[in-house]
Design a protein around this ligand. Structure first.
Ligand code: GDP
Length: 422
């Protein structure tokens, strides 16, 4: 039913640990593989003498993709449980992963970490977990996969579980936000039903764990942020800034602060579609009459927030960027215009800290001399004028920017960390 809340789910984990197989299995168990596809593969599996048709379906899809030299496209597949609609978002390893992650196309609410029980923690396991934490994905379900390969050995499961637990806690995950399930994506144990091969496990199956995830924080529960588009002075009324509420709620009589201008005033009234409203929230385009602030004291590019949690003015910030289009090389000292919400400010890339693999997010080079088109990097940025921007993991709606130069978008990025202006 359409009323269920929607969750974006990332499937992460080392190559070959079973992510694609698990996606196939989840779609199959939730009835999201079209009947004709099941029929087709059933027939084909019988012809080829394979044991189960879903096995054939997944394997065939995999081998075909591999022959064509493509990464398996598991992005944007949908399924639902009793409580949620899930969309599987782009995952590490896919061509445009880092780009999608930075632009928000891959913003996941929770992750399923797939770990091969016979291999345990591998390099990409660590990388993906680290990346997830950086992006603010706080809930993690660990699917200890291929349990059939280790004969559903309880000791093996516990060993892998403690190895991963140690990793996740070191990276900063809280015990209450991590769940473990022993599964076989290939054979189907503990996905939709308990596996009779694991009598020692009496916890929820994978679909139940997915159903138990916490609802993600709604933009309305975040601090108030309204990037200002224009400021009017209306005779008989006064100063009226106009903008779209990105996060939080605004009501008359509240005290708001405009940054970087640093002016504070009281909200007298709020208008939406030429009508006065008692409050406004995310997505609303509003004009609000403000007492105590002159038209010339604030401007486009300012952001309004409550005085007790005002917008962050940065001295410098660290960002992940991806270079979309640049004719030569970007080096430290480059000063293009950064576009963030409604502001445009020249900013200097003062340091290039790391060059990363745009597919996996893996560090390729520390302190490179330059970056080029197609590269993903972690950079330090110093705005030339005061700028409001927020950490991606705190207020994602204000944590992204585009870099423009020579009439085109050179790069896009997201704020990982920042230093506030004194
Ligand atoms: P990905 O690279 O993480 O997407 O991994 P794949 O889904 O492509 O799986 C890699 C290989 O592991 C394939 O040959 C799968 O058939 C196999 N595989 C996946 N899940 C299981 C499982 O639960 N048990 C066993 N025995 N093999 C599995």
């Amino acid at each position: 039913d359409e009323d269920k809340p929607h969750l974006n789910l990332a499937l992460i984990g080392h190559v070959d640990h079973g992510k694609s197989t698990l996606v196939g299995r989840l779609l199959y168990e939730t009835g999201n593989v079209p009947e004709h596809v099941i029929e087709e593969y059933k027939k084909e599996a019988e012809e080829k003498g394979k044991s189960t048709f879903e096995f054939a379906w997944v394997m065939d899809e995999l081998s075909e993709e591999r022959e064509r030299g493509l990464t398996i496209d598991i992005a944007h597949k949908r399924f639902d449980t009793d409580s949620y609609y899930f969309t599987i978002v782009d995952c590490p390893g896919h061509r445009d992963f880092v780009k999608n992650m930075i632009t928000g196309a891959s913003q996941a609410d929770a992750a399923v970490l797939v770990v091969d029980a016979s291999e345990g923690v591998m390099p990409q396991t660590k990388e993906h977990v680290y990346l997830s934490k950086t992006l603010g994905i706080d809930q993690m379900i660990v699917a200890v996969n291929k349990m059939d390969k280790v004969d559903w050995d309880e000791n093996k499961y516990e060993q892998v579980e403690s190895e991963i637990d140690e990793l996740l806690k070191r990276i900063g995950y809280k015990p209450g936000d991590i769940q473990y399930v022993p599964i076989s994506a290939l054979e189907g144990g503990n996905i939709a039903e308990p596996a009779d091969t694991s009598p020692w496990y009496d916890g929820p199956n994978l679909l139940e764990e997915l159903d138990n995830l916490k609802k993600p924080e709604e933009p309305v529960d975040l601090p108030l942020r309204i990037p200002i588009q224009d400021v009017y002075s209306i005779s008989g009324i006064g100063t009226v800034p106009v903008g779209r509420v990105e996060t939080g709620k605004i009501k008359p009589e509240e005290e708001v602060r405009f940054e970087p201008s640093g002016k504070t005033g009281e909200v007298k009234s709020i208008e939406m579609h030429h009508e006065e409203v008692p409050e406004a929230g995310p997505g609303d385009n509003i004009g609000f009459n403000i007492r105590g602030v002159g038209k010339d004291e604030i401007q486009r590019g300012d952001v309004a927030g409550h005085t007790d949690n005002p917008p962050t003015v940065v001295d410098e910030f660290t960002a992940q960027i991806i270079v979309l289009s640049h004719p030569s090389a970007i080096t430290a000292g480059y000063t293009p215009v950064f576009h963030a919400h409604t502001s445009q400010v020249a900013c200097t890339i003062t340091e290039i800290l790391q060059k990363k693999d745009p597919k996996t997010g893996e560090v390729k080079e520390e302190n490179p001399d330059f970056i080029k088109q197609g590269d993903s990097a972690v950079v330090k940025v110093k705005p030339q004028r005061p700028l409001v921007i927020e950490k991606l993991k705190e207020i994602p709606q204000l944590g992204r920017f585009a870099i423009r130069d020579m009439g085109q978008t050179v790069a896009t990025g997201a704020v990982m960390d920042l230093k506030e202006k004194e």
